[in-house]
Design a protein around this ligand. Structure first.
Ligand code: SF4
Length: 254
């Protein structure tokens, strides 16, 4: 029987989605969160079915030019079967697999880790994980769902750390929504995690109002303000902290 998935977009070749690698990026459509600063809002709702075999053909065509496939969205873990099928296909072709996730699908991440299908996870930690109300505001959902999102994200984080794979935790900062104090709390949480710090990167990303659905009037944090957030935190265990801004691109701070 023909297997399909709810498809968002395909970038055959990207050099910016996995530092040091040339990758294909597959965007899955659909997301359970509604972050007001979302830059990928075109992919969070709607339906656009694509044949999984056609997607595999696209991966095969670009395989000579890439070393990995990154699954993004939307939220890829919402479509467990397609995600696992495509990740397995990439793996069978000796490609590395990366997953960009909001952390809600902790069970799917755990299953993929158990099956050895993940080489790197890019995990959004959108607000302090022990503050459900703030998590719900930043993710645009009600407090109960926000509490669940924070809890599941903490589980996903813990599973990735225990698996010892490469992990990049990301926080998007956005004026009036997520700022320096949130970054400090998230950073403290990460710094206290018992992990091999060599596998963990923390990236602070400048949210861009122009790309949002209805927050274009908010002034973005400047590169200097984002840099100040990164340099204000005093790492003990973490050895790789980065900022990403429209002004200077990616900069490694520690
Ligand atoms: S989790 Fe990501 S894709 Fe989903 S609404 Fe938030 S920013 Fe957008």
């Amino acid at each position: 029987m023909r297997q399909t998935f709810n498809f968002g977009h395909f970038i055959p070749i990207s050099t910016v989605d996995w530092h040091g690698r040339c990758v294909s990026v597959i965007f899955f459509r659909g997301c359970q969160l509604r972050c007001p600063y979302c830059q990928n809002h075109a992919y969070i709702t709607g339906s656009s079915e694509m044949d999984i075999d056609d997607m595999k053909s696209q991966i095969s065509k670009t395989k000579p030019f890439i070393s990995a496939v990154v699954f993004s969205g939307g939220e890829p873990t919402l479509q467990r079967d397609a995600l696992i099928d495509l990740a397995g296909f990439a793996r069978s072709g000796s490609l590395a697999v990366g997953l960009e996730t909001n952390g809600f699908g902790a069970d799917v991440v755990e299953e993929m880790l158990d099956k050895g299908l993940l080489d790197k996870v890019f995990l959004d930690v959108k607000a302090p994980l022990d503050e459900p109300k703030q998590y719900s505001i930043v993710t645009g959902i009600n407090v109960d769902a926000g509490s669940k999102a924070a809890e599941n994200t903490a589980r996903t984080l813990d599973k990735c750390i225990r698996a010892g794979i490469e992990l990049e935790v990301r926080t998007t900062v956005f004026r009036g929504l997520v700022g320096a104090e949130d970054v400090r709390k998230i950073f403290q949480y990460l710094d206290e995690c018992e992990c091999d710090s060599g596998n963990l990167t923390y990236a602070i990303q400048q949210g861009l109002p122009d790309n949002t659905l209805d927050m274009q009037d908010i002034e973005k944090f400047s590169r200097q303000e984002v840099l100040d957030m990164a340099t204000a935190i005093k790492p003990v265990n973490l050895k790789d902290i980065r900022i990403r801004t429209i002004e200077n691109g990616e900069e490694r701070i520690v």
